[in-house]
Design a protein around this ligand. Structure first.
Ligand SMILES: Cc1ncc(COP(=O)(O)O)c(C=O)c1O
Length: 427
């Protein structure tokens, strides 16, 4: 059957950005009969035994309680399961000195849906035909923002400035406040902190500045804290969650061991929460209640925050150190390679300045030696302007074993050296 698709239907059924690469990676892995690949492309967190045990314990407590039938045999409110909302309000009020009530919290089936609701409730065309933009203040950023708006022309990202430490082969992106424009034509602002794919953490001052620029026009700012504290606490540098009238603090339990249960959380102004809740009622009624019920237990007992700090954070921080020290030892000192400062998340981001081939070609070369990473150009959603930097980066997942990371990065260093050398000798 070949049904006629609407404009939106065609757009939404396209394989965009990183999904196209993932398809290629799956096909490569399936076709590579006998060939061993080191797959450093995954965004899927690893299953850590302590984390699995936490969710198993919470599940068995739920199974043995009166609550079980109430949880799985009933529909619930679109806003979310009341005990989870209460657990989050209590935890955040205590932890950050807030005055949240249950009206300030919405639970969604994963945080991706949250960005979809917000992008279409605040971005796109108004009744009077004006286009409200969805502003990504610091590009590159999460590839998943690329498909969230039903009107893709609404998405606009800003090129960053680069803070480069040439001697150390390190760099960091910073928002370019001389270019960033937030006006009455802005519908909402979104950024991830810590950032997927770069591991960047915007400073508290940078976040406050963006929020203040947006507040002048009553524009909501969604701070995607899928990797932030208190859970999964995948920040390797000091950072404070920032709250405010126009800030929607958005979280996910996916990197805290529940990606399959689909739990996203938005915390913010009552009216913003209500808009998103209504959107959710229309889209899917509500998130799964089983995941919410076990999450409430893990938050109330303090175990989720504790395991995040003691297990999840140190696990990935160590992986980053392994990757960084391997590259420091293996990459040629005289080449212009720069690793983004590892401030959080579960990825490393490598910039190869003046790379003689494209990131896609380098990805293909790396596959030839059995190393799979993600070409960086898929992580610039909304950035229309030409910029060679977009074709000079790679995202490397920290979800491999230490041995895989070491072997993979040594292989990468050899390939990269060869690529620059080919250029010099004009092959
Ligand atoms: C920065 C960021 N935001 C949002 C998401 C979506 O996560 P989920 O829908 O599982 O909560 C991801 C997933 O990898 C992510 O990396």
């Amino acid at each position: 059957m070949n049904p006629a698709l609407t404009k939106i239907g065609a757009q939404m059924s396209n394989l965009t950005g990183v999904r196209a690469i993932m398809k290629d990676i799956i096909e490569t892995l399936q076709a590579g009969a006998g060939q061993q690949f080191i797959n450093l492309s995954a965004g899927n967190p690893l299953i850590l035994p302590e984390v699995e045990e936490l969710w198993r314990d919470c599940t068995s407590q739920l199974l043995n309680s009166q609550e079980y039938g109430e949880v799985v045999c009933r529909y619930g409110s679109s806003q979310g399961y009341a005990p989870l909302i209460e657990a989050i309000a209590n935890d955040f009020n205590q932890r950050y000195g807030l005055n949240l009530t249950q009206r300030n919290i919405l639970i969604t089936p994963g945080s991706q849906s949250l960005y979809f609701y917000a992008a279409n409730a605040f971005g796109g065309y108004t009744n009077s035909g004006n286009l409200k933009q969805i502003v990504l203040p610091l590009s590159p950023d999460y590839t998943g923002y690329g498909g969230v708006c039903l009107f893709p022309e609404a998405l606009i990202a800003y090129k960053p400035t680069l803070d480069i430490d040439a001697a150390a082969h390190k760099f960091k992106y910073r928002p370019d406040f001389s270019k960033l424009s937030i006006t009455e034509n802005t519908g909402c602002v979104i950024f991830s902190r810590p950032c997927n794919p770069t591991g960047n953490v915007l400073t508290d001052e940078e976040v406050k500045k963006i929020a203040a620029m947006a507040a002048q026009f009553d524009v909501p700012v969604l701070i995607d804290s899928a990797y932030g504290p208190p859970f999964p606490a995948l920040n390797f540098t000091q950072m404070t969650p920032i709250f405010g009238n126009n800030i929607l603090h958005c979280m996910s339990l996916s990197k805290a061991g529940l990606p399959g249960e689909r739990i996203g959380i938005a915390i913010g102004d009552e009216q913003l929460i209500e808009v998103l809740e209504c959107f959710q009622t229309n889209a899917c009624l509500h998130a799964s209640r089983y995941g919410q019920a076990i999450a409430a237990r893990a938050i109330n007992s303090g175990a989720l925050a504790q395991i995040s700090l003691d297990v999840i954070r140190s696990f990935y921080q160590n992986k980053f150190t392994v990757l960084e020290s391997t590259l420091d030892a293996a990459m040629p000192k005289d080449l212009p390679w720069f690793l983004h400062r590892g401030e959080g998340a579960i990825f490393a981001w490598l910039w190869l300045q003046d790379l003689p081939i494209s990131d896609w070609e380098l990805y293909q070369d790396l596959k030839q030696v059995g190393v799979i990473v993600v070409p960086g150009s898929t992580f610039f959603p909304g950035l229309q302007e030409e910029w060679e930097h977009k074709q000079q980066c790679l995202r490397i997942s920290l979800t491999g074993s230490d041995e895989e990371i070491v072997t993979g990065m040594q292989g990468l260093a050899r390939v990269v050296e060869g690529v620059y050398q080919r250029e010099v000798v004009g092959v």
